[in-house]
Write a protein that binds this ligand. Structure first.
Ligand SMILES: [Fe+2]
Ligand SMILES: [Fe+2]
Length: 172
């Protein structure tokens, strides 16, 4: 399989990273929207704001790795079978998050819906990160994405606990 020139490979990898960054920022935008939606509760609003921050931190982490490690020399020596040829799934996920957010702009979510959406986002983000296989070329990226998987699974776990707590608060 032809995987292109070194320049094409670098461009491809940069595109993959851009989409990965966009996913994190888009998730952050959903949580910012939730912070506004639930602005009546200072605590709840802060809760979503802080979640948005953690996703922006993920975006920054990816960006730092991208700057440091996307180098033509490494691309030149990468084996063809190590090189990915498409990342449609990642783009689809990004489109899904955008659609979700636009839906919530039209119709603000209930707290229950917000938590359900966030849990869906975290587990799907973890899955998509986990399947990003082309990082055989860059072990640093592999480790980075494994960390992101763990963190997003941790986020999901925290959301489950927070959902119970806030549901109790609100019905009280
Ligand atoms: Fe994330
Ligand atoms: Fe997360």
């Amino acid at each position: 399989m032809d995987v292109g020139t070194v320049e094409e490979r670098v461009e491809f990898l940069n595109n993959v990273m851009e989409v990965a960054v966009a996913i994190e920022l888009e998730v952050a935008a959903v949580y910012d929207l939730f912070a506004e939606t639930f602005a009546a509760s200072e605590e709840l609003s802060l809760f979503w704001r802080l979640y948005a921050e953690t996703e922006r931190y993920h975006a920054a982490t990816i960006r730092i790795h991208q700057t440091a490690f996307v180098q033509p020399e490494i691309m030149a020596t990468a084996m063809e079978e190590e090189f990915p040829t498409e990342f449609g799934e990642t783009r689809e996920f990004l489109a899904k998050i955008r659609a979700l957010r636009e839906g919530f702009v039209e119709t603000p979510p209930s707290l229950e819906q917000a938590f359900e959406a966030a849990k869906f986002l975290e587990s799907d983000a973890a899955e998509v990160h986990g399947r990003t296989q082309f990082f055989k070329i860059y072990p640093q990226f592999h480790n980075l994405f494994l960390t992101l998987v763990e963190e997003d699974l941790g986020h999901r776990k925290m959301l489950v606990e927070a959902q119970e707590r806030f549901a109790f608060d609100i019905t009280a």
